[in-house]
Design a protein around this ligand. Structure first.
Ligand SMILES: O=C(O)CCC(=O)C(=O)O
Length: 198
């Protein structure tokens, strides 16, 4: 799957934690490409979702449940609960599944929280769930590797996503420079008007 993500030049479409509390009911079953309009089954537009188990996932603590081969189903078919199986894995495991697979978090009938992180990837020409180029702290971009910047959407894809004819990464630097110059000018004007009042 990782190879697939690299081959398809995937972009990070979203990233969030999912904590399932004791007594919490199962999540509605869904696909992670559900907001993308083409009829199913369709080629991979979203790519993969990666679920990181921060604690052991068990059948009773809300392990992610998946409907096998549901990426081949058409739009008319929705899974029933009997068709899904829990991904029972030890803590620190990663579960990869195609964005087109029906899944959801299970019900938590245990006494403990089920903690996980989900990272979603899509093709670079698809609009991402979360706008990473705005969500990421621009102050620390130099500390982020080229590959990671690419994953976050800071490069163009066949010229798509450009800013003033350049990559979003270059666009950020231009905007930061403008902001700094604006702030400097504002400070100078404030100082001048203060001095003229003395
Ligand atoms: O928490 C899980 O096991 C699945 C989460 C999920 O599918 C989602 O947040 O969209």
């Amino acid at each position: 799957m990782l190879e697939l993500t690299t081959k398809l030049e995937a972009t990070n479409a979203g990233f969030h934690s999912v904590v399932i509390q004791p007594a919490e009911k199962a999540q509605i079953l869904h696909t992670d490409d559900g907001l993308i309009p083409p009829p199913r089954p369709c080629p991979l537009i979203g790519v993969v979702s990666a679920m990181v188990a921060l604690v052991g996932f068990t059948a009773d603590n809300g392990a992610t449940v998946l409907a096998p081969v549901s990426h081949l189903w058409d739009d008319a078919r929705k899974p029933i609960r009997e068709e899904v199986i829990p991904a029972v894995v030890p803590a620190r495991s990663m579960i990869y599944f195609l964005n087109t697979i029906w899944h959801g978090s299970g019900a938590n009938t245990s006494r403990n929280e089920r903690k996980g992180l989900i990272v979603l990837y899509c093709q670079p020409w698809v609009r991402t769930f979360r706008n990473m180029t705005v969500a990421v702290d621009w102050e620390n971009l130099d500390a982020i590797s080229i590959n990671m910047l690419k994953l976050l959407g800071f490069s163009t894809h066949n010229f798509m996503g450009y800013v003033d004819g350049r990559s979003p990464r270059a666009g950020v630097d231009v905007r930061k420079k403008r902001l700094l110059e604006g702030a400097k000018k504002h400070n100078e004007q404030t100082q001048e008007s203060y001095i003229s009042k003395l």
